[in-house]
Ligand binder design. Structure first.
Ligand code: GLN
Length: 194
């Protein structure tokens, strides 16, 4: 399929989770999107967002729909990917007490790191890699990155927990920028497309 260099198509994994919110955010900044539901859709995209949801379910559906293997291969070949929350868990090479899913990123994560009582909260913090103004950070039963190793780089720590990281073509946040009105992080992700 022929595509214009200047107009990347951003896939959004649409098996489960917060798909519409990412679509609206990308529409707001003029990016073309495609819902990824089948392996064939991977041929039509230049990058992909793995949304929040439930990582165990998402991991199972990725296999059931035969998307896991070709998606992993594309990410390993350099396709930009942005994992938010459960999407972050999908990318991790190590998950505390569980088997990894796509396992492409040099991070170790702990699911539901913020406990059940305070499992959702909002913080306001500057993440210099993205912007010099504070961003609204929405955490929903969020994971935390316990450590990075290899090529992964910490972008932000909050109260001793890593909440954003980058490794070459891979970006992850344990919070949900798509649940705010601020498109900064999505713009940053688009800047990762060559
Ligand atoms: N708690 C979910 C999980 O572990 C992630 C939550 C989210 O994506 N908002 O899969």
């Amino acid at each position: 399929m022929e595509r214009k260099e200047s107009e990347p198509t951003v896939g959004i994994l649409a098996l489960q989770g917060s798909v519409i919110e990412h679509e609206s955010m990308l529409a707001k900044i003029g990016a073309k999107t495609l819902r990824v539901l089948k392996p064939e859709h991977l041929e039509e995209i230049d990058g992909i967002i793995l949304p929040g949801g439930e990582s165990t379910t998402l991991g199972k559906l990725l296999n059931l729909f035969s998307i896991a293997k070709p998606l992993k291969a594309k990410i390993e070949r350099g396709m930009p990917v942005f994992g938010t929350c459960a999407g972050l868990i999908l990318l991790a090479k190590e998950i505390e007490g569980e088997q990894p899913h796509l396992g492409t990123m040099d991070i170790k994560v702990r699911r539901n790191a913020y406990g059940r009582q305070i499992d959702s909260f909002i913080a306001h913090e500057v993440i210099e890699e993205f912007s010099t103004s504070p961003l609204e950070l929405v955490f929903v039963r969020a994971p935390a990155i316990e450590k990075t190793f290899g090529k992964a780089r910490v972008l932000k720590e909050l109260d001793g927990r890593i909440i954003a990281a980058r490794q070459e073509n891979m970006l992850v946040t344990s919070f949900h920028p798509e649940l705010t009105d601020d498109e900064t992080v999505h713009r940053y992700f688009l800047s990762m497309f060559k």
